[in-house]
Design a protein around this ligand. Structure first.
Ligand SMILES: C=CC1=C(C)c2cc3[nH]c(cc4nc(cc5[nH]c(cc1n2)c(C)c5CCC(=O)O)C(CCC(=O)O)=C4C)c(C)c3C=C
Ligand SMILES: [Fe+2]
Ligand SMILES: [Fe+2]
Length: 339
């Protein structure tokens, strides 16, 4: 029998340093997230980052935490609840990090008699720190615990017409009563090195800000997160008829140290009021579910900083979450595969 496993990032069990620390340890010790040799990674993560970060992150999580739990988990569960009845096969939900493990998700499917699984990473744009790490871990678990299972996966859907339509429709709905100077497309950042590493053609050398680094459809673009982000943006603004001077692409959530993809969201947004841009809307299409990075970093911190710098109006557009059209898209893709 066939079945699908929706996989999102995960969250700590509670917004306390006690629970945030092991979650961050699992996350940042992942070699596809901090991609340096094990000893250096352990020194960096356990010797430096995890000394202060759990306190700071717990404080940030506490600001966005809901009565029912982490927004990312609660919203993913709501989406799963809507997708299951629209799908013709069993659908389970799992997280890459934290307690809702991929192993538990596969066990749930296996208990229902599923032997052919569609792995569905909930990331529109491909990155080794998001999509690849899920696929690698799932395969490790399959070999150890579920050798009888067969896997397929949903590739990055950054340019799939249904997803683009869902994002465009959501933006249109939220901008109906908001007269904006600039629409900011803010994507989760990654170190530039990650883009070079996943490029099998090794043709990514220098990046020119605001220009696509490779062309969709070429081998170098197949795993290029940066181009996937620019292409999502291009297709969405094309569908909405937004002119070039009314939108921009930025990258958020960088960690200190490496050179991450530019332009940086915080730097760009802080500078906008000085350039006469006083009313902005921010959309975050790298996340299909609202989470710490959208609810705290964008809707709270970026808004405060924008206003402190002279900005007047700030609108954070929610992610697709459990939007009906989006849940239909997800179940359609599952049903197409299961045919
Ligand atoms: C080297 C560090 C990181 C890389 C690379 C990275 C890539 C990446 N992350 C997401 C999605 C999410 N990240 C979230 C939180 C988060 N991300 C990092 C670091 C890297 N991410 C950290 C340390 C954290 C934890 C919070 C913090 O301390 O700031 C989240 C939110 C989770 C939640 O519980 O709400 C998401 C979602 C993607 C898609 C991605 C690569 C493209
Ligand atoms: Fe992240
Ligand atoms: Fe590229």
């Amino acid at each position: 029998m066939k079945g699908a496993l929706l996989i999102n990032l995960g969250s700590p069990d509670s917004p306390t340093p006690k629970d945030v620390k092991p979650y961050l340890d699992e996350f940042l010790m992942d070699k596809y997230v901090i991609d340096v040799p094990y000893l250096l990674r352990a020194l960096l993560v356990r010797g430096i980052i995890l000394r202060k970060r759990p306190e700071e992150s717990a404080h940030a999580y506490a600001k966005i935490w809901w009565k029912e739990g982490s927004p990312l988990i609660v919203l993913s569960e709501r989406m799963h609840k809507k997708v299951q009845p629209l799908s013709n096969v069993p659908v389970a939900l799992a997280m890459r990090y934290g307690s809702m493990t991929i192993e538990k998700g596969l066990q749930e499917l296996s208990d229902q008699g599923v032997t052919e699984v569609l792995l569905f990473p909930l990331y529109p744009q491909y990155a080794m720190a998001s999509t690849l790490t899920i696929l690698v871990l799932a395969e490790e678990i399959r070999k150890k615990k579920f050798p009888h299972m067969k896997f397929s996966d949903v590739p990055a859907f950054f340019n799939k017409p249904d997803y683009i339509k869902n994002v465009a429709d959501s933006i249109k709905k939220h901008l109906r009563d908001f007269d904006y100077d600039q629409l900011v497309f803010s994507y989760h950042g990654i170190p530039e090195r990650h883009v070079r590493k996943t490029d099998k053609t090794k043709s990514h050398k220098k990046f020119v800000t605001n220009e696509m680094c490779c062309e969709v459809g070429t081998p170098e673009a197949e795993f290029c997160y940066r181009t996937h982000c620019y292409e999502t943006t291009r297709l969405v603004v094309e569908q909405l008829g937004i002119p070039k001077d009314k939108y921009c692409v930025t990258f958020q959530s960088r960690l200190a140290g490496d050179k991450w993809l530019e332009p940086y969201t915080d730097v760009e947004i802080d500078n906008m009021p000085k350039r006469g841009i006083k009313k902005i809307a921010v959309v975050t299409p790298a996340f299909v579910t609202d989470c710490l990075e959208t609810l705290e970093e964008i809707a709270m911190r970026a808004k405060e900083d924008f206003e402190a710098n002279g900005g007047e109006e700030f609108l954070a557009i929610p992610c697709l979450n459990d939007d009906d059209e989006w849940c239909e898209t997800v179940s359609n893709w599952i049903n197409d595969w299961a045919k």
